[in-house]
Ligand binder design. Structure first.
Ligand code: HEM
Length: 421
């Protein structure tokens, strides 16, 4: 549908989209609604707390995000980082393929893709179901729980940990590191903020990762690390540092993302019993509910690019070197694309941009994330069909991860057995 842009700056010109105060209770959806209709490519001129940052363009409509995401020659992931403000050291980002442009990016991603084929992922369903069931078993006898800490975190950590070959006793360390690295603005999760990435226990975790790589070179198993140490493209193997940084990227993506969408989706189901009843009566709707949760609650609020040349987007001039932020939390609520966009409807089965909007950096973990989310919803609903909210959920303070910090629930009574049995 063609849209008329009535103004490019209007009175929104003073708004700082990533001002943390606006994000205390989750993404500022009202603001994004205004930006989409009044100023779809919007300039944030200064970033509170980051005086060295020169500002960035916010892209808020799905069609414009699509344009940016697909055109890596104009919008680079490598030039200047991938989040709205540069909290992560640039050299760290550029050492992972999420922060590279082709051809470096493509060569590495191709090798990693071998571990994420739909067939390989589907073969993990029984193992994932048993991880989820084991975690839910631990709730037995309890009346209340925090779904973030008691269910989501241990499940996603073990799933990615078992994928990579990390021993279970290391799960909590990796989860703590990834939470503090990805949620640097939240003092509860990241008491030392950006320093976490510079010091803390990263060297030790990297050392463990290197040991694992050495072990797998000696004695390969069927985990992803074994696959990576032996992978070849045109006779070329990955270098050790490339494996270590790819490992780090997968541990970061795996520990965080799925957790966010599961918890937000569960919250929506607890707040709307009619939607939950639909899923209980017809569990074949769960894959559709997963897509709806991804649309409304994308795990990452944004990713960013840097313009490599002067260009124009939706009538707005963008200069070489300027930062361009793609707000997926906005595109999933676009009223021109979705009817009643703020309503959670388990039957909608929407297309969305939660995994990126196409192009080179499209999420590598989509099949794994979808499988984890489906099994998590299936098993939680089958076990606790009458679960209720037991307090106000809280959000991680972040403009990057779109995530609940706590989701208190009343559990009883449990139904025994597995949804997949
Ligand atoms: C709900 C779950 C998930 C969501 C919403 C999500 C979202 C995204 C998004 C938006 C990107 C694009 C980044 C960009 O354009 O710069 C991305 C990339 C990526 N994701 Fe995911 N992700 C999820 C789960 C996972 C999982 C479970 C893994 C793997 C274990 C994973 C691995 C990756 C990797 C490696 C990339 C980089 C791809 C590249 O640069 O080519 N993701 N993800």
């Amino acid at each position: 549908m063609a849209r008329v842009v009535t103004s490019t700056r209007s009175d929104l010109s003073d708004v700082l989209v990533s001002e943390l105060e606006l994000w205390r209770d989750g993404p500022p959806h009202e603001l994004f609604g205004r930006l989409r209709s009044e100023c779809p490519v919007h300039w944030t001129g200064s970033v509170p707390g980051y005086p060295e940052e020169a500002g960035y363009w916010s892209v808020t409509r799905p069609e414009d995000i699509h344009t940016v995401s697909r055109d890596w020659r104009t919008y680079s992931s490598e030039l200047g980082g991938i989040t709205s403000v540069g909290v992560f050291p640039l050299e760290l980002i550029r050492s992972m393929f999420i922060g590279m442009d082709p051809p470096r990016h493509d060569r590495l991603k191709m090798l990693f893709q071998a571990g994420f084929t739909p067939r390989r992922i589907a073969a993990h369903e029984p193992a994932i179901r048993s991880i989820v069931a084991g975690v839910l078993d631990r709730l037995e006898g309890r009346e209340e729980s925090d779904l973030v800490a008691d269910v989501a975190q241990p499940v996603v950590s073990r799933v990615i940990g078992s994928f990579m070959g990390v021993p279970p006793e290391d799960d909590a360390d990796w989860a703590r590191l990834m939470n503090s690295a990805l949620s640097v603005a939240d003092p509860d999760l990241s008491p030392r903020g950006v320093q976490t990435l510079r010091e803390d226990n990263i060297p030790e975790l990297f050392e463990r990762c290197r040991r694992l790589i050495a072990e797998r070179r000696e004695r390969p198993t069927d985990d992803l690390t074994s696959l990576l140490v032996n992978a070849e493209v045109e006779g070329e193997r990955l270098e050790e540092q490339e494996i270590v940084m790819g490992f780090f990227l997968l541990m970061a993506a795996g520990n965080d993302s799925t957790k966010a969408t599961y918890c937000a989706g569960m919250r929506a189901l607890l707040e709307q019993p009619d939607q939950r009843r639909r899923l209980l009566e017809d569990p074949s709707l769960i894959p559709s509910a997963v897509e709806e949760a991804l649309r409304m609650f994308p795990a990452f609020a944004h990713f960013r690019r840097t313009a490599t040349r002067d260009t124009e987007l939706a009538g707005q001039t963008i200069r070489e070197g300027e930062k361009v932020v793609m707000w997926y939390v906005s595109s999933g609520r676009d009223e021109a694309r979705y009817e009643d966009a703020d309503h959670f409807d388990v039957r909608r089965n929407p297309e969305h941009q939660a995994f990126g909007a196409g192009g080179r950096h499209f999420c590598l973990g989509t099949a794994l994330a979808r499988l984890e989310l489906r099994v998590l919803f299936e098993e939680t609903l089958a076990r606790y069909p009458d679960m209720e909210l037991a307090g106000e959920p809280t959000f991680v303070l972040s403009t990057f991860v779109n995530q609940l910090k706590t989701l208190p629930v009343r559990l009883s009574p449990a139904v025994t057995g597995s949804a997949g049995a």
